[in-house]
Design a protein around this ligand. Structure first.
Ligand code: ATP
Ligand code: MG
Length: 372
């Protein structure tokens, strides 16, 4: 997208230290990690859909957003502020860029952790021109003073800049150009009420179905010039954890394998063999997912156990287990979040090759199965 546009108006405070990665998650090269790897951003940029019509899946969010944008365009005003929430790799950043592209405006990018001081945000806001999109990634991690400044900016397109210290300090109101804030978060629950209330529209991104991921893969394969056969494509889609980022990454690993060990074509056999090498299991669970399930089942008898205890058992931050790992395990019907703690479902026991105890959750079919 408009890389040149982004910096067209000179350096922006906070933008330099912008770090797209989800902090707290190690930047390994695990092919299944939902978090973008260090060198992966360029490829991701190349594969990002540019327009709403190109964006696969998320029909609800897409339709709602289309209405929000279209009506704003008709009225000739910047659309309401938009919050995008959902697990990593489902297309929040892509969608933010699409919003700017659809509006044909510039996008300014920063992130919650980069906005430590209210001044960082004030400088960013005063740099905006009318109609710009300001994208704040990981908005739940914004520092308190910046957040409070944002309230006023979102509501009245104004900020109060405090000049000086102590009794002589004065607050100078500063007009800012009407803009649209697009916030992205993996934890909408961590947003404060006042901040959440100031967004006119919240798009909740869901995991993708296998057919949707096949569409993503079809597009990526053609962009990357990879010969991907139909059956190979559905196999990758099935093992991508409902996440386009993972689908694209597995596709690239499959391409490597196809080029080195085969004739370059990604057939079903090639895909299976490649995924075997990269230790991607039948359901696409990654090492952390399997570690969490393993600990839950083996060390805690299937639960219930608190998320922090579980996180300690697998040597991870509770936030990582909760935001990166659990959403998919819940979606896949392997793990249930109950008021008393996390519980393994019979599907989890089965997946680990173990016999579930007779009284485990979901035996009566209460827990949804994979891709219901
Ligand atoms: N709907 C989609 N159609 C096609 N490709 C997609 C779609 N959603 C995501 N992708 C691909 O997945 C990659 C990751 O998406 P993106 O960076 O937008 O996710 P994210 O939700 O912002 O993740 P994070 O929470 O880690 O920031 C993109 O590079 C893009 O290629
Ligand atoms: Mg992102």
């Amino acid at each position: 997208m408009h890389d040149d546009e982004m910096s067209a108006r000179g350096p922006v405070p906070g933008e330099d230290d912008y770090e797209g990665d989800w902090e707290g998650v190690p930047e390994g090269d695990d092919p299944l990690s939902v978090v973008a790897h260090g060198g992966e951003r360029e490829v991701e940029t190349a594969l990002r859909p540019r327009k709403l019509a190109e964006f696969v899946g998320q029909p609800r969010v897409r339709e709602q957003l289309h209405l929000v944008l279209e009506s704003a365009r008709k009225r000739g005003v910047p659309p309401d502020h938009v919050l995008l929430s959902g697990p990593p790799g489902l297309g929040k950043t892509s969608m933010a860029m699409i919003i700017a592209a659809e509006l044909d405006t510039a996008i300014r990018i920063t992130s919650g952790p980069a906005l430590e001081k209210a001044g960082d945000l004030a400088a960013m806001l005063s740099n905006l021109t009318e109609g710009d999109v300001l994208f704040i990634d990981e908005i739940h991690r914004i520092a308190r003073p910046a957040e409070e400044m944002l309230y006023l900016a979102m509501e009245d397109f104004r900020v109060d800049v405090v000049v000086g210290k102590g009794p002589g300090a004065t607050s100078i109101p500063l007009e800012i150009a009407p803009f649209t804030l697009v916030g992205a978060t993996t934890r909408s629950g961590a947003l404060t009420g006042p901040l959440r209330d100031r967004f006119g529209f919240t798009g909740q991104m869901e995991f993708y179905s296998a057919p949707e991921l096949e569409q993503v893969l079809r597009r990526s394969a053609s962009l990357l010039g990879i010969e991907l056969e139909d059956k190979g494509r559905s196999e990758i889609a099935r093992r991508s954890r409902g996440t386009p980022r993972i689908a694209n990454r597995l596709l690239r690993r499959v391409r490597d394998y196809a080029e080195v060990r085969a004739d370059g074509r990604a057939t079903l056999e090639v895909v299976r063999a490649a995924l075997e090498v990269y230790d991607v299991d039948e359901l696409g669970l990654d090492r952390l997912d399997r570690a969490v399930l393993g600990a839950l089942v083996r060390s805690f008898g299937g639960g219930p156990v608190g998320v922090s205890t579980l996180a300690v058992a697998v040597g991870e931050e509770p936030a990582t287990v909760e935001e990166v790992c659990e959403p998919y395990l819940v979606r896949a019907g392997m793990l249930a979040r109950t008021p008393r703690g996390r519980v393994a479902t019979p599907a989890a026991w089965e997946h680990l090759g173990l016999q579930a105890p007779a009284d485990s959750v979901g035996v009566d079919g209460a827990v949804p199965s994979l891709f219901d």
